[in-house]
Design a protein around this ligand. Sequence first.
Ligand code: FE
Ligand code: FE
Ligand code: ZN
Length: 201
Amino acid sequence: MSETLHDALIDEIKDLYHAEKQLTKALPKLAKSATNQDLRAALDSHLAETHGQIERLERVFELLDEKPSGKHCAGMAGIIEEGSNVLEEDFEGAVLDACIIASGQRAEHYEIAAYGTCIAWAQALGLTEVAQVLGETLAEEKAADQKLSALAEGDINEAATADDSSDEEDEDEAPAPQPSVSASAKSAKTAKSATTRRRPN
Ligand code: FE
Ligand code: FE
Ligand code: ZN
């Protein structure tokens, strides 16, 4: 017998359970690396929320008559791996903070997509309480994402551009490349044929 949407929902809940557990390990590393105090506070507060989200998923398992268990979430593992690669680069200050936000928002968007799907499936299956519990977490994920956007657009991105000017000055020393002869010849040819085509018969 083929598996049902109810089975698929349980699989997705197990995936989210593992995704959230991975985040409880990754968020402290991102928070520790953040230089902006507001960013650090936002990551710390989302870590606390994440512990509550794990408890909500345990409640969902209970509602579904399932034992809480995780199923490897390769998506979140990949997002976390990319984030930790960024931490190993030479980024500093506001540029590092901008990169941490980029990584955090990828994680939030993965979660927003996954919770959104699970809520829609739970509603379709008539699992109203499951949908409601998951909805509480979805609201937190969306708020966390918006908080990160507000921090980036508030001043971190702008502060990050301040570090760029010194690098760019070096690049400006190089003379602007001149168009090659063949490129000029080609555009002249194009112009000519365009003229020819415009001529009425
Ligand atoms: Fe979460
Ligand atoms: Fe996943
Ligand atoms: Zn989250």
